[in-house]
Design a protein around this ligand. Structure first.
Ligand code: HEM
Length: 142
C-alpha cells in the first residue's frame, strides 16, 4: 500500500488511475481485515517475547504493535475521509461506490492531506523498525 501510494503520487502517466483504484480497494480491504486481526489478537494474545528481552524493549515492541494496528485502521479511514472532504467520488474495483464520510471542505481536505502524508511516512518507519527488530531478534536467537 505504501509503495503503491508513493508510486501513485509520483506518476503522471495513465497508470495513475488504475493505481489509485487498486490503492483505494486494497486500503478498504485492510480497513475490514485489520480490526478482525486486532480482535483475534486481543482475544487470543500474541506469542510471548523472549524471556531475556529487557523490559523497555518488550514495552517498545508491544507499543509498536498497537501503533501498527492503529495505522492499519487510521490510514484507510483518513484516505477515505480525505477524498470525502474533496467531494471526490470513492469508486473501488468493480465500480463499487462508497459514501462520503465527511462533508465537502477544502480546509478539512488540506488538514487531512497533511496528516496523511506525515502518518504515511511514520508507518514506513514503524514497519522498517518492526522488520529490523524481528531480524535482529532472529539473528540473536540461540
Ligand atoms: C493501509 C492503508 C493505506 C495506506 C498505507 C496508504 C498510503 C498512502 C501513501 C503512502 C500515499 C502517498 C502519500 C504521498 O506521498 O504524498 C497515499 C496517497 C493516497 N491515498 Fe492512500 N493509503 C491507504 C489507504 C487509502 C484508502 C482506503 C484511500 C481511499 C479510499 C486512499 C486514498 C489515497 C489518495 C486519494 C492518495 C493521493 C493520491 C494523489 O494525490 O495523487 N488511501 N496513500
Amino acid at each position: 500500500m505504501l509503495f503503491i501510494g508513493v508510486g501513485m503520487v509520483s506518476t503522471i502517466t495513465p497508470k495513475y488511475l488504475p493505481l489509485v483504484t487498486i490503492h483505494k480497494s486494497l486500503g478498504i480491504t485492510i480497513l475490514v481485515l485489520a480490526p478482525i486481526r486486532l480482535a483475534v489478537r486481543l482475544r487470543y494474545g500474541a506469542p510471548p517475547l523472549p524471556a531475556d528481552m529487557p523490559e523497555p524493549i518488550k514495552l517498545a515492541a508491544y507499543l509498536s504493535h498497537y501503533a501498527l494496528y492503529a495505522l492499519m485502521i487510521g490510514m484507510p479511514l483518513i484516505g477515505w475521509a480525505m477524498l470525502s472532504a474533496a467531494a471526490y467520488p470513492i469508486v473501488l474495483v468493480g465500480g463499487l461506490r462508497l459514501p462520503a464520510i465527511l462533508p465537502q471542505s477544502d480546509r478539512l481536505h488540506a488538514l487531512l492531506w497533511d496528516a496523511y502524508f506525515i502518518l504515511a511516512f511514520a508507518f514506513f518507519a514503524l514497519i522498517l523498525m518492526h522488520v529490523g527488530s524481528g531480524a535482529v531478534s532472529c539473528a540473536c536467537a540461540p
